[in-house]
Design a protein around this ligand. Structure first.
Ligand code: COA
Length: 458
Protein backbone atom coordinates (compact mmCIF):
# COMPACT_ATOMS: atom_id res chain seq x y z
CA UNK A 1 0.00 0.00 0.00
CA UNK A 2 1.27 3.40 -0.91
CA UNK A 3 1.97 6.01 1.75
CA UNK A 4 -0.51 8.63 2.86
CA UNK A 5 1.66 11.52 1.74
CA UNK A 6 -0.58 12.10 -1.28
CA UNK A 7 -3.58 12.45 1.03
CA UNK A 8 -1.96 15.36 2.85
CA UNK A 9 0.28 16.91 0.26
CA UNK A 10 -0.97 16.12 -3.25
CA UNK A 11 0.52 18.16 -6.07
CA UNK A 12 -2.76 18.08 -7.97
CA UNK A 13 -6.40 17.43 -7.09
CA UNK A 14 -9.38 16.58 -9.31
CA UNK A 15 -12.84 17.30 -7.92
CA UNK A 16 -15.16 14.80 -9.55
CA UNK A 17 -18.68 16.17 -9.39
CA UNK A 18 -17.56 19.81 -9.29
CA UNK A 19 -21.03 21.24 -9.70
CA UNK A 20 -21.76 24.54 -11.43
CA UNK A 21 -24.30 25.35 -8.74
CA UNK A 22 -23.27 27.19 -5.56
CA UNK A 23 -24.52 25.37 -2.48
CA UNK A 24 -23.99 21.92 -3.97
CA UNK A 25 -21.34 19.86 -2.25
CA UNK A 26 -18.98 19.48 -5.24
CA UNK A 27 -19.07 23.22 -5.88
CA UNK A 28 -18.37 24.09 -2.24
CA UNK A 29 -15.39 21.73 -2.03
CA UNK A 30 -13.83 23.22 -5.15
CA UNK A 31 -14.45 26.73 -3.86
CA UNK A 32 -12.90 25.94 -0.46
CA UNK A 33 -9.86 24.44 -2.17
CA UNK A 34 -9.44 27.44 -4.42
CA UNK A 35 -10.13 30.14 -1.85
CA UNK A 36 -8.10 28.60 0.98
CA UNK A 37 -5.18 28.85 -1.40
CA UNK A 38 -4.28 25.28 -2.34
CA UNK A 39 -0.88 25.60 -3.97
CA UNK A 40 -1.13 22.68 -6.38
CA UNK A 41 -3.21 22.24 -9.50
CA UNK A 42 -7.00 21.93 -9.41
CA UNK A 43 -9.09 20.11 -11.98
CA UNK A 44 -12.89 20.29 -11.85
CA UNK A 45 -14.47 17.21 -13.47
CA UNK A 46 -18.01 17.60 -14.74
CA UNK A 47 -19.38 16.21 -18.06
CA UNK A 48 -21.81 19.13 -18.28
CA UNK A 49 -19.39 22.00 -17.79
CA UNK A 50 -16.45 23.55 -19.60
CA UNK A 51 -15.52 25.77 -16.70
CA UNK A 52 -16.30 25.86 -12.97
CA UNK A 53 -15.25 28.74 -10.69
CA UNK A 54 -13.04 30.08 -13.46
CA UNK A 55 -11.12 26.80 -13.79
CA UNK A 56 -11.13 24.71 -16.95
CA UNK A 57 -13.35 21.67 -16.42
CA UNK A 58 -12.92 18.21 -17.95
CA UNK A 59 -15.69 15.72 -18.77
CA UNK A 60 -13.71 12.86 -17.23
CA UNK A 61 -10.53 12.50 -15.17
CA UNK A 62 -9.04 10.48 -18.03
CA UNK A 63 -9.03 13.66 -20.14
CA UNK A 64 -6.90 15.68 -17.74
CA UNK A 65 -3.59 16.27 -19.53
CA UNK A 66 -1.40 16.11 -16.36
CA UNK A 67 -0.87 13.68 -13.52
CA UNK A 68 -3.49 13.73 -10.78
CA UNK A 69 -2.44 12.70 -7.26
CA UNK A 70 -5.78 12.96 -5.49
CA UNK A 71 -9.41 12.75 -6.59
CA UNK A 72 -12.23 14.08 -4.41
CA UNK A 73 -15.44 12.35 -5.44
CA UNK A 74 -18.82 14.04 -4.89
CA UNK A 75 -21.27 12.25 -7.15
CA UNK A 76 -24.09 9.87 -6.19
CA UNK A 77 -22.91 6.53 -4.73
CA UNK A 78 -24.06 4.33 -7.62
CA UNK A 79 -21.76 6.16 -10.04
CA UNK A 80 -18.69 5.97 -7.79
CA UNK A 81 -17.33 2.55 -8.94
CA UNK A 82 -17.05 3.50 -12.61
CA UNK A 83 -15.40 6.81 -11.72
CA UNK A 84 -12.97 4.94 -9.44
CA UNK A 85 -12.00 2.68 -12.35
CA UNK A 86 -11.15 5.80 -14.32
CA UNK A 87 -9.14 7.19 -11.42
CA UNK A 88 -7.22 3.91 -11.23
CA UNK A 89 -6.42 3.98 -14.93
CA UNK A 90 -5.32 7.60 -14.64
CA UNK A 91 -2.82 6.66 -11.92
CA UNK A 92 -4.48 8.59 -9.10
CA UNK A 93 -2.79 7.82 -5.76
CA UNK A 94 -5.60 8.55 -3.31
CA UNK A 95 -9.36 8.94 -3.59
CA UNK A 96 -11.49 10.88 -1.13
CA UNK A 97 -15.05 9.58 -1.41
CA UNK A 98 -17.49 12.15 -0.03
CA UNK A 99 -20.60 10.33 -1.23
CA UNK A 100 -22.98 8.66 1.23
CA UNK A 101 -25.07 5.60 0.49
CA UNK A 102 -22.70 2.74 1.34
CA UNK A 103 -22.32 0.51 4.39
CA UNK A 104 -23.93 3.07 6.69
CA UNK A 105 -27.25 2.38 4.94
CA UNK A 106 -26.65 -1.34 4.55
CA UNK A 107 -25.08 -1.09 1.09
CA UNK A 108 -22.19 -3.35 2.08
CA UNK A 109 -21.59 -4.75 -1.39
CA UNK A 110 -21.15 -1.35 -2.97
CA UNK A 111 -18.63 -0.44 -0.28
CA UNK A 112 -16.70 -3.67 -0.81
CA UNK A 113 -16.70 -2.99 -4.51
CA UNK A 114 -15.07 0.43 -4.20
CA UNK A 115 -12.44 -0.94 -1.81
CA UNK A 116 -11.71 -3.72 -4.29
CA UNK A 117 -11.26 -1.24 -7.15
CA UNK A 118 -9.02 0.96 -5.02
CA UNK A 119 -6.85 -2.05 -4.07
CA UNK A 120 -6.65 -3.21 -7.68
CA UNK A 121 -5.05 0.08 -8.70
CA UNK A 122 -3.04 0.52 -5.48
CA UNK A 123 -5.01 3.63 -4.56
CA UNK A 124 -5.73 4.57 -0.95
CA UNK A 125 -9.32 5.47 -0.16
CA UNK A 126 -10.62 7.91 2.46
CA UNK A 127 -14.30 7.50 3.32
CA UNK A 128 -16.87 7.00 1.98
CA UNK A 129 -19.53 9.10 3.70
CA UNK A 130 -17.27 11.99 4.73
CA UNK A 131 -17.00 15.77 4.61
CA UNK A 132 -13.42 15.73 3.33
CA UNK A 133 -9.93 16.56 4.49
CA UNK A 134 -8.08 19.73 5.52
CA UNK A 135 -4.33 20.05 5.87
CA UNK A 136 -2.83 23.41 6.78
CA UNK A 137 0.65 22.43 5.58
CA UNK A 138 -0.47 22.35 1.96
CA UNK A 139 -3.22 25.02 2.26
CA UNK A 140 -5.68 22.30 1.37
CA UNK A 141 -9.28 22.70 2.46
CA UNK A 142 -10.91 19.84 0.55
CA UNK A 143 -14.05 19.89 2.70
CA UNK A 144 -17.52 21.34 2.46
CA UNK A 145 -17.14 22.69 5.99
CA UNK A 146 -16.17 26.24 7.01
CA UNK A 147 -13.45 27.80 4.89
CA UNK A 148 -11.34 29.96 7.20
CA UNK A 149 -9.88 27.23 9.42
CA UNK A 150 -7.20 28.60 11.74
CA UNK A 151 -3.88 26.91 11.00
CA UNK A 152 -2.17 25.37 14.02
CA UNK A 153 -0.77 22.14 15.41
CA UNK A 154 -3.81 20.06 16.45
CA UNK A 155 -4.82 17.24 14.10
CA UNK A 156 -8.49 16.32 14.42
CA UNK A 157 -9.83 13.01 13.13
CA UNK A 158 -13.61 12.67 13.15
CA UNK A 159 -15.80 9.66 12.56
CA UNK A 160 -18.87 11.86 12.76
CA UNK A 161 -19.54 14.10 9.79
CA UNK A 162 -21.95 16.69 11.08
CA UNK A 163 -20.20 16.96 14.46
CA UNK A 164 -16.87 17.26 12.68
CA UNK A 165 -18.12 20.10 10.48
CA UNK A 166 -19.72 21.82 13.46
CA UNK A 167 -16.48 21.56 15.43
CA UNK A 168 -14.56 22.96 12.47
CA UNK A 169 -16.68 26.11 12.76
CA UNK A 170 -16.35 26.12 16.53
CA UNK A 171 -12.54 25.97 16.38
CA UNK A 172 -12.58 29.05 14.15
CA UNK A 173 -14.71 30.87 16.73
CA UNK A 174 -12.49 29.74 19.58
CA UNK A 175 -9.28 30.50 17.71
CA UNK A 176 -8.09 26.89 18.03
CA UNK A 177 -5.41 26.18 15.43
CA UNK A 178 -5.55 22.96 13.45
CA UNK A 179 -2.88 21.22 11.41
CA UNK A 180 -5.35 18.75 9.91
CA UNK A 181 -8.98 17.71 9.94
CA UNK A 182 -9.77 14.29 8.58
CA UNK A 183 -13.28 12.99 8.19
CA UNK A 184 -13.03 9.20 8.23
CA UNK A 185 -16.69 8.19 7.90
CA UNK A 186 -17.05 4.49 7.17
CA UNK A 187 -13.25 3.88 7.26
CA UNK A 188 -13.53 1.46 4.35
CA UNK A 189 -9.76 1.64 3.81
CA UNK A 190 -7.89 4.44 5.59
CA UNK A 191 -8.58 4.25 9.33
CA UNK A 192 -7.39 5.69 12.62
CA UNK A 193 -4.30 3.45 12.78
CA UNK A 194 -3.12 4.66 9.33
CA UNK A 195 -3.75 8.27 10.21
CA UNK A 196 -2.10 8.35 13.62
CA UNK A 197 0.89 6.57 12.11
CA UNK A 198 1.23 9.34 9.52
CA UNK A 199 0.41 12.20 11.91
CA UNK A 200 2.80 10.80 14.50
CA UNK A 201 5.59 11.60 12.07
CA UNK A 202 4.11 14.83 10.78
CA UNK A 203 6.18 17.78 11.96
CA UNK A 204 3.23 20.17 11.65
CA UNK A 205 1.22 18.18 14.21
CA UNK A 206 1.88 18.33 17.97
CA UNK A 207 -1.26 16.61 19.23
CA UNK A 208 -3.83 14.24 17.74
CA UNK A 209 -7.49 14.39 18.75
CA UNK A 210 -9.87 11.65 17.62
CA UNK A 211 -13.64 11.53 17.81
CA UNK A 212 -14.41 7.83 17.43
CA UNK A 213 -17.38 5.57 17.73
CA UNK A 214 -15.49 2.34 17.18
CA UNK A 215 -12.01 1.09 16.24
CA UNK A 216 -11.68 -1.04 13.13
CA UNK A 217 -8.32 -2.75 13.51
CA UNK A 218 -7.93 -2.74 17.29
CA UNK A 219 -4.51 -4.41 17.43
CA UNK A 220 -2.97 -2.16 14.80
CA UNK A 221 -4.49 0.87 16.47
CA UNK A 222 -2.97 -0.07 19.81
CA UNK A 223 0.44 -0.87 18.36
CA UNK A 224 0.65 2.40 16.46
CA UNK A 225 -0.83 4.42 19.34
CA UNK A 226 1.73 3.00 21.77
CA UNK A 227 4.50 4.14 19.45
CA UNK A 228 3.04 7.56 18.68
CA UNK A 229 2.20 8.47 22.30
CA UNK A 230 5.87 8.29 23.21
CA UNK A 231 6.35 11.22 20.84
CA UNK A 232 3.09 13.17 20.95
CA UNK A 233 -0.19 12.95 22.82
CA UNK A 234 -3.32 11.30 21.46
CA UNK A 235 -6.66 12.36 22.92
CA UNK A 236 -9.69 10.23 22.18
CA UNK A 237 -13.30 11.22 22.53
CA UNK A 238 -14.99 7.85 22.38
CA UNK A 239 -18.74 8.01 22.01
CA UNK A 240 -21.12 5.21 22.91
CA UNK A 241 -20.23 4.87 26.57
CA UNK A 242 -23.69 3.93 27.75
CA UNK A 243 -25.67 0.94 26.57
CA UNK A 244 -28.13 3.14 24.71
CA UNK A 245 -25.21 5.12 23.30
CA UNK A 246 -23.70 1.90 21.92
CA UNK A 247 -26.93 1.11 20.15
CA UNK A 248 -26.99 4.64 18.70
CA UNK A 249 -23.44 4.10 17.38
CA UNK A 250 -24.50 0.90 15.62
CA UNK A 251 -27.18 2.75 13.71
CA UNK A 252 -24.98 5.79 13.01
CA UNK A 253 -21.76 4.57 11.43
CA UNK A 254 -22.39 0.84 11.74
CA UNK A 255 -19.37 0.54 14.07
CA UNK A 256 -19.31 -1.89 16.92
CA UNK A 257 -19.00 0.32 19.97
CA UNK A 258 -17.68 -2.58 22.05
CA UNK A 259 -17.53 -2.71 25.81
CA UNK A 260 -16.55 0.60 27.30
CA UNK A 261 -14.48 -1.11 29.98
CA UNK A 262 -12.37 -2.76 27.28
CA UNK A 263 -11.86 0.53 25.48
CA UNK A 264 -10.77 2.20 28.71
CA UNK A 265 -8.26 -0.55 29.43
CA UNK A 266 -6.94 -0.49 25.86
CA UNK A 267 -6.50 3.29 25.81
CA UNK A 268 -4.67 3.15 29.12
CA UNK A 269 -2.34 0.44 27.86
CA UNK A 270 -1.20 2.50 24.91
CA UNK A 271 -1.05 5.90 26.62
CA UNK A 272 -4.09 7.35 24.89
CA UNK A 273 -5.88 9.99 26.96
CA UNK A 274 -9.62 9.66 27.03
CA UNK A 275 -11.65 12.87 27.23
CA UNK A 276 -15.25 12.66 28.38
CA UNK A 277 -16.65 15.50 26.29
CA UNK A 278 -15.85 17.90 23.46
CA UNK A 279 -14.92 20.75 25.77
CA UNK A 280 -12.44 18.66 27.71
CA UNK A 281 -10.93 17.20 24.54
CA UNK A 282 -10.24 20.61 22.99
CA UNK A 283 -9.14 22.11 26.33
CA UNK A 284 -6.46 19.46 26.59
CA UNK A 285 -5.52 19.74 22.94
CA UNK A 286 -5.07 23.49 23.32
CA UNK A 287 -2.72 22.92 26.25
CA UNK A 288 -0.71 20.27 24.40
CA UNK A 289 -0.45 22.49 21.35
CA UNK A 290 1.53 25.19 23.10
CA UNK A 291 3.01 23.93 26.38
CA UNK A 292 6.47 22.45 26.89
CA UNK A 293 6.73 19.22 28.85
CA UNK A 294 7.09 19.79 32.63
CA UNK A 295 10.49 18.95 34.11
CA UNK A 296 9.09 18.04 37.52
CA UNK A 297 5.91 17.78 39.56
CA UNK A 298 5.84 21.02 41.58
CA UNK A 299 3.01 23.36 40.69
CA UNK A 300 2.44 26.91 41.93
CA UNK A 301 -0.94 28.65 41.80
CA UNK A 302 -1.00 32.46 41.64
CA UNK A 303 -4.36 34.17 42.19
CA UNK A 304 -6.05 37.45 43.08
CA UNK A 305 -9.07 35.64 44.55
CA UNK A 306 -8.83 33.43 47.64
CA UNK A 307 -11.99 31.47 46.76
CA UNK A 308 -10.80 30.76 43.25
CA UNK A 309 -7.46 29.62 44.67
CA UNK A 310 -9.24 27.17 46.98
CA UNK A 311 -11.30 25.76 44.10
CA UNK A 312 -8.15 25.31 42.02
CA UNK A 313 -6.48 23.58 44.99
CA UNK A 314 -9.38 21.13 45.26
CA UNK A 315 -9.24 20.48 41.52
CA UNK A 316 -5.46 19.97 41.70
CA UNK A 317 -5.99 17.27 44.31
CA UNK A 318 -8.78 15.65 42.26
CA UNK A 319 -6.61 15.57 39.14
CA UNK A 320 -3.46 14.47 40.95
CA UNK A 321 -1.33 17.61 40.62
CA UNK A 322 1.23 18.26 43.34
CA UNK A 323 1.27 21.75 44.81
CA UNK A 324 4.67 22.92 46.03
CA UNK A 325 5.09 24.08 49.65
CA UNK A 326 7.10 27.19 48.79
CA UNK A 327 10.45 27.39 50.63
CA UNK A 328 10.96 30.49 52.77
CA UNK A 329 13.18 32.32 50.30
CA UNK A 330 10.56 31.91 47.58
CA UNK A 331 7.78 33.08 49.90
CA UNK A 332 9.87 36.18 50.64
CA UNK A 333 10.03 36.89 46.92
CA UNK A 334 6.26 36.47 46.57
CA UNK A 335 5.69 38.81 49.55
CA UNK A 336 7.20 41.67 47.57
CA UNK A 337 4.17 41.56 45.27
CA UNK A 338 1.32 41.51 47.75
CA UNK A 339 -0.03 43.57 50.64
CA UNK A 340 0.63 42.35 54.20
CA UNK A 341 -2.73 40.57 54.22
CA UNK A 342 -1.84 38.51 51.13
CA UNK A 343 -0.57 34.93 51.30
CA UNK A 344 2.77 33.76 49.92
CA UNK A 345 1.84 30.13 50.45
CA UNK A 346 0.47 28.01 47.65
CA UNK A 347 -2.02 29.25 46.31
CA UNK A 348 -0.09 32.51 46.24
CA UNK A 349 -2.84 35.05 46.97
CA UNK A 350 -1.97 38.47 45.60
CA UNK A 351 -5.40 39.67 46.86
CA UNK A 352 -8.13 41.58 45.05
CA UNK A 353 -6.03 44.72 44.83
CA UNK A 354 -3.40 43.07 42.64
CA UNK A 355 -2.63 44.72 39.31
CA UNK A 356 -0.53 43.61 36.34
CA UNK A 357 2.59 44.63 38.27
CA UNK A 358 1.94 42.14 41.08
CA UNK A 359 1.00 39.38 38.64
CA UNK A 360 4.12 40.00 36.58
CA UNK A 361 6.34 40.00 39.66
CA UNK A 362 4.92 36.88 41.30
CA UNK A 363 4.81 34.87 38.08
CA UNK A 364 8.37 35.90 37.22
CA UNK A 365 9.49 34.74 40.67
CA UNK A 366 7.79 31.36 40.15
CA UNK A 367 9.03 30.87 36.60
CA UNK A 368 12.57 31.86 37.56
CA UNK A 369 12.81 29.36 40.45
CA UNK A 370 14.03 25.91 39.51
CA UNK A 371 12.05 24.26 42.32
CA UNK A 372 8.86 25.31 40.51
CA UNK A 373 7.95 23.24 37.44
CA UNK A 374 4.55 24.59 36.34
CA UNK A 375 2.41 27.63 37.07
CA UNK A 376 -1.36 28.13 37.12
CA UNK A 377 -2.48 31.76 37.07
CA UNK A 378 -5.98 32.67 38.21
CA UNK A 379 -7.65 36.03 37.77
CA UNK A 380 -11.05 37.37 38.83
CA UNK A 381 -11.98 40.58 37.02
CA UNK A 382 -11.75 43.61 39.32
CA UNK A 383 -12.02 47.34 38.70
CA UNK A 384 -8.41 47.84 39.83
CA UNK A 385 -6.87 45.39 37.36
CA UNK A 386 -7.73 45.65 33.67
CA UNK A 387 -7.85 42.04 32.35
CA UNK A 388 -5.99 42.94 29.18
CA UNK A 389 -3.19 44.57 31.15
CA UNK A 390 -3.01 41.57 33.49
CA UNK A 391 -2.85 39.31 30.43
CA UNK A 392 -0.01 41.42 29.05
CA UNK A 393 1.79 41.20 32.39
CA UNK A 394 1.50 37.41 32.37
CA UNK A 395 2.75 37.18 28.81
CA UNK A 396 5.68 39.48 29.61
CA UNK A 397 6.68 37.28 32.55
CA UNK A 398 6.53 34.22 30.31
CA UNK A 399 8.59 35.87 27.57
CA UNK A 400 11.22 37.12 29.99
CA UNK A 401 11.61 33.78 31.79
CA UNK A 402 14.88 31.99 31.14
CA UNK A 403 13.34 28.54 31.70
CA UNK A 404 10.50 27.11 29.60
CA UNK A 405 7.73 25.86 31.87
CA UNK A 406 4.07 25.00 31.42
CA UNK A 407 1.95 28.05 32.24
CA UNK A 408 -1.85 27.93 32.09
CA UNK A 409 -4.43 30.47 33.20
CA UNK A 410 -8.07 30.84 34.14
CA UNK A 411 -9.72 34.26 33.76
CA UNK A 412 -13.19 34.85 35.19
CA UNK A 413 -15.21 37.94 34.44
CA UNK A 414 -17.03 39.87 31.74
CA UNK A 415 -16.50 41.05 28.18
CA UNK A 416 -12.96 42.36 28.67
CA UNK A 417 -12.02 39.13 30.36
CA UNK A 418 -13.22 37.21 27.30
CA UNK A 419 -10.93 39.42 25.19
CA UNK A 420 -8.03 38.74 27.53
CA UNK A 421 -8.64 34.97 27.29
CA UNK A 422 -8.51 35.22 23.50
CA UNK A 423 -5.34 37.33 23.64
CA UNK A 424 -3.55 34.85 25.90
CA UNK A 425 -4.64 31.85 23.85
CA UNK A 426 -3.40 33.52 20.68
CA UNK A 427 -0.08 34.10 22.39
CA UNK A 428 0.54 30.57 23.56
CA UNK A 429 -0.82 30.72 27.13
CA UNK A 430 -3.71 28.23 27.28
CA UNK A 431 -6.40 30.16 29.15
CA UNK A 432 -9.82 28.96 30.28
CA UNK A 433 -12.96 30.48 31.79
CA UNK A 434 -12.83 28.28 34.92
CA UNK A 435 -10.06 27.19 37.27
CA UNK A 436 -11.09 23.53 36.96
CA UNK A 437 -10.59 23.53 33.18
CA UNK A 438 -7.12 25.05 33.53
CA UNK A 439 -6.18 22.48 36.19
CA UNK A 440 -7.62 19.59 34.17
CA UNK A 441 -5.62 20.65 31.10
CA UNK A 442 -2.35 20.92 33.00
CA UNK A 443 -3.08 17.56 34.64
CA UNK A 444 -3.60 15.97 31.21
CA UNK A 445 -0.15 17.24 30.21
CA UNK A 446 1.35 15.66 33.35
CA UNK A 447 -0.44 12.39 32.69
CA UNK A 448 0.87 12.16 29.15
CA UNK A 449 4.35 13.27 30.14
CA UNK A 450 4.65 10.62 32.84
CA UNK A 451 3.37 7.96 30.39
CA UNK A 452 5.87 9.13 27.80
CA UNK A 453 8.78 8.90 30.21
CA UNK A 454 7.74 5.45 31.46
CA UNK A 455 7.10 4.11 27.96
CA UNK A 456 10.35 5.43 26.50
CA UNK A 457 12.36 3.81 29.31
CA UNK A 458 11.00 0.34 28.45
N1 COA B 1 -18.36 12.71 -13.23
C1 COA B 1 -18.26 14.00 -12.95
N2 COA B 1 -19.30 14.79 -12.63
C2 COA B 1 -20.50 14.21 -12.61
C3 COA B 1 -20.67 12.86 -12.88
C4 COA B 1 -19.55 12.10 -13.20
N3 COA B 1 -19.61 10.81 -13.47
N4 COA B 1 -21.98 12.61 -12.77
C5 COA B 1 -22.59 13.74 -12.42
N5 COA B 1 -21.70 14.73 -12.33
C6 COA B 1 -21.91 16.12 -12.00
C7 COA B 1 -23.35 16.54 -12.05
O1 COA B 1 -23.71 16.96 -13.34
C8 COA B 1 -23.40 17.66 -11.04
O2 COA B 1 -22.94 18.90 -11.60
P1 COA B 1 -24.00 20.06 -12.00
O3 COA B 1 -24.68 20.42 -10.71
O4 COA B 1 -23.14 21.15 -12.55
O5 COA B 1 -24.91 19.43 -13.00
C9 COA B 1 -22.39 17.23 -10.00
O6 COA B 1 -21.58 16.28 -10.61
C10 COA B 1 -23.03 16.59 -8.78
O7 COA B 1 -23.87 15.54 -9.20
P2 COA B 1 -25.38 15.42 -8.73
O8 COA B 1 -25.97 14.25 -9.39
O9 COA B 1 -26.07 16.73 -8.89
O10 COA B 1 -25.21 15.05 -7.21
P3 COA B 1 -25.48 15.93 -5.92
O11 COA B 1 -24.58 17.10 -5.85
O12 COA B 1 -26.92 16.20 -5.76
O13 COA B 1 -25.06 14.86 -4.82
C11 COA B 1 -23.46 13.91 -3.41
C12 COA B 1 -23.84 14.22 -4.83
C13 COA B 1 -22.18 13.14 -3.37
C14 COA B 1 -23.27 15.21 -2.62
C15 COA B 1 -24.62 13.07 -2.78
O14 COA B 1 -24.88 11.94 -3.54
C16 COA B 1 -24.28 12.59 -1.38
O15 COA B 1 -23.77 11.51 -1.17
N6 COA B 1 -24.54 13.44 -0.39
C17 COA B 1 -24.23 13.15 0.97
C18 COA B 1 -22.82 13.62 1.25
C19 COA B 1 -22.53 13.54 2.69
O16 COA B 1 -23.34 13.95 3.48
N7 COA B 1 -21.38 12.97 3.07
C20 COA B 1 -21.08 12.73 4.44
C21 COA B 1 -20.82 13.98 5.11
S1 COA B 1 -20.40 13.75 6.73
Amino acid sequence: MSSLKYLFSPKSIAVIGASRTPGKIGYEILENLKEYGFKGKLYPINPHATEVLGLKAYPSITEVPDEVDMAVIAIPAAAVPSVLEECGKKGVKVVVVISSGFKEVGNVELEEKIVEIARKYDMRLLGPNIFGIFYAGSYMNATFGPRNVVPGTIAFISQSGALGIALMGWTVLEGIGLSAIISVGNKADIDDADLIDFLGQDENTRVILIYMEGVKRAREFMNVARKVTTKKPIIVLKAGRSERGMRAVASHTGSLAGSDVIYNAAFKQCGVLRAMNVEEAFDWARAFASLPEPKGENVIIVTNGGGLGVMATDAAQDYGLKLLEPPKDLMDKFRRFMPPFGSPRNPVDLTGQATEREYHGAISAALGDNRVHSVIVLYCETAVADPIKVAEGILKAKQEASMEKPLVAAFIGGVNTARAIKFLNENGVPTYPTAERAVSSLAALYKWSSWRRRASQK
